[in-house]
Design a protein around this ligand. Structure first.
Ligand code: 7TS
Length: 412
């Protein structure tokens, strides 16, 4: 089970859930693109926080409150380093990537966009990086434009010159597709956008768990991610924003913590990052996210990426041997992440998923919150297997065998 790159057998001992059986079979968890499993280190960090350190943050003058605040702020520092941000002021805690994008749409978007302006996204966006922009366009009169994809499931940049113009005020792209696995080379697109004065946002929800993230190299003004997809707890997301832009933006939610002075007539706001963090946050979740980042840093993001490249190459080769299976997304594992979507001729993706479940294999089926992409692919649903640090080639073999059994079961 040990690959040359990661000691997967050892890693798996940190994830007791992976030792469970499911419907009488060993669990093969192939749905980390929806949410990853959590190592003992993260679960212990939550327990340890509640057993020994809990108090509300940024409020109490007593020692315990100072301890909780320090643990909470330590995560901010760690995240800033993990993504190459200049300052902790640029790291805002949200509930998830979706809320982080909505924050930008409601504050930066509603303040800066007007009729005649354009937002550029791509056809492969998750609804989280699509619906907020549709809503902003409805409210401001701005127009949404989309970069198409080619037959290999990569961005088709042949018409970029006409899509990206002086009217473009925002370019918002995912760095990795949750359906196709495509890794988008966003940096040169963002560089061109910035030359035209546009603001850039990268949806790193799928990429941050798997490949190194550097906001400078990406040329992004904003970046969003979700802790739960990268070994961390649910309920915690990150918005990175360049300080200058965040300073100029109005607040998002209003209430405690985000204020400076309050009267019944007028409110002044707290400084960054607190201006965007109204109310009591998910303190335990934020504190435990730190243990997830430590876990990834200890493995090394380079090794994480190489392990996934290996398992994805193996999966593409093995699934590619099944003539009745259609794979969506790049067939070449170069610049490709560990999500592989497919359909099985004659069997609906929901039935595929149910059958795989009976074999102990957890995969996602459906439109994957990417309905416009499904339309572009000419289908309404796919089955998706996605891999992470704890998955093995043996699990890929089990997936292929179960798909062959499925065809026999349906007498195809
Ligand atoms: N962006 C991308 C590219 C995603 O894949 C997802 C979630 C999100 C944003 C939203 O993340 P959230 O944490 O705010 O929900 N993607 C998936 C998925 O593929 N299956 O379940 C959730």
């Amino acid at each position: 089970m040990t690959t040359e790159i990661l000691d997967v057998a050892k890693i798996r001992t940190d994830f007791p859930i992976l030792g469970r059986s499911m419907n009488g079979k060993p669990l093969a968890f192939l749905d980390s693109a929806a949410s990853s499993q959590k190592p003992n280190q993260v679960v212990s960090a939550i327990t340890n926080y509640y057993q020994n350190h809990h108090a509300n943050v940024h409020r109490g003058m007593y020692t315990l409150a100072a301890e909780a605040t320090e643990l909470f702020e330590n995560t901010r520092t760690k995240i800033a380093q993990f993504i190459g941000a200049d300052s902790t002021k640029e790291i805002i805690f949200t509930r998830n990537a979706t809320e982080a994008i909505n924050l930008v749409a409601y504050t930066w978007g509603e303040t800066n966009l007007k009729a005649g302006d354009e937002i550029l996204i791509s056809v492969m966006e998750h609804h989280a990086n699509l619906v907020p922009w549709v809503r902003v366009c409805e409210k401001t009169g701005a127009t949404l434009k989309t970069i198409p994809i080619d037959s290999d499931g990569r961005l088709d940049l042949s018409s970029l010159d006409t899509l990206l113009t002086a009217k473009t005020k925002l370019v918002a792209l995912s760095r990795m597709s949750n359906v196709l696995g495509t890794i988008n080379d966003v940096a040169p697109i963002f560089a061109a956008a910035k030359k035209l004065g546009a603001v850039t946002l990268v949806d790193a929800a799928q990429s941050a768990p798997h490949i190194a993230t550097d906001v400078k190299k990406l040329n992004c003004d904003f970046l969003v991610l979700s802790a739960h997809k990268m070994l961390g707890p649910t309920g915690v997301g990150i918005l990175y924003g360049r300080e200058e832009l965040l300073n100029a933006m109005p607040p998002f939610l209003a209430g405690g913590e985000m204020i400076d002075q309050v009267t019944f007539e007028k409110v002044t706001y707290n400084e960054l990052p607190h201006k965007f963090e109204a109310g009591t946050p998910d303190i335990a979740g934020v504190v435990a996210f730190s243990a997830a980042i430590d876990y990834l840093n200890n493995l090394g993001m380079d090794a994480v990426q190489r392990h996934e490249h290996e398992i994805t190459s193996y999966a593409l080769a093995k699934l590619g041997e099944l003539p009745w299976l259609t794979i969506y997304g790049p067939r070449d594992s170069k610049n490709r992440g560990a999500a592989v979507s497919f359909t099985v001729e004659g069997i609906h993706p929901h039935d595929v998923s149910q059958f795989l479940d009976s074999a102990g294999i957890a995969v996602r089926a459906g439109h994957h919150c990417a309905q416009p992409l499904m339309k572009a692919l000419g289908t309404d649903a796919t089955t998706r297997a996605s891999f992470y640090i704890y998955n093995t080639n043996e699990e890929v073999d089990r997936l292929c065998k179960a798909l062959i059994d499925l065809r026999s079961f349906f007498k195809l």
